[in-house]
Design a protein around this ligand. Sequence first.
Ligand SMILES: *[C@@H]1O[C@H](CO)[C@@H](O)[C@H](O)[C@H]1NC(C)=O
Ligand SMILES: *[C@@H]1O[C@H](CO)[C@@H](O)[C@H](O)[C@H]1NC(C)=O
Ligand SMILES: [Cu+2]
Length: 159
Amino acid sequence: MALHRLYLVVFALISTMIPVMTLAKEFVVGGGNGWTTNFDYQAWAQGKDFQVGDKLVFNYPVGAHTVLKVNRTEFQNCIKPPACEALTSGSDEIVLKTAGRKWYICGVGTHCAFTGQKLSITVQNQSSSVSPAMAIKDTVNYQLFFGVMVAVITLALAF
Ligand SMILES: *[C@@H]1O[C@H](CO)[C@@H](O)[C@H](O)[C@H]1NC(C)=O
Ligand SMILES: *[C@@H]1O[C@H](CO)[C@@H](O)[C@H](O)[C@H]1NC(C)=O
Ligand SMILES: [Cu+2]
């Protein structure tokens, strides 16, 4: 019986962790096309639900492109921001930390201006405060549900 209870405690702990860990979504920009020229990134972004805590991944051959986070004006005019470090790893990950409109361009040559290598997205707020992963009411309810369920099962087995 003690073993059963230990098993259930472990199960309860794991089941409360899973929703938190799978919560943040990862978006590979451009999907299989990656981060490249002559691709419609606005069409790609259309209908996607970007939320605080989610991650963007820009994939491209190292040296072929870069990723620059820019403001609206820079985005519209394909201006590279002064003193902004470009991401150049070829597999650049950007965690969306705040809500609102975000703009990204490629800093290589005229990729932004002439071949549309630019992405603009709107990041939605999670509910409110604390860390993004913990802030979601549904998750908390889900965890609560699991916790209660496991407690009930544990009690049922213990007696
Ligand atoms: C965008 O950044 C530029 C610097 O490259 C700055 O001069 C400009 O005021 C910024 N525009 C907005 C709308 O923040
Ligand atoms: C997101 O939520 C924060 C705090 O709850 C608020 O200050 C901010 O204005 C919100 N942003 C958007 C884009 O809704
Ligand atoms: Cu480029």
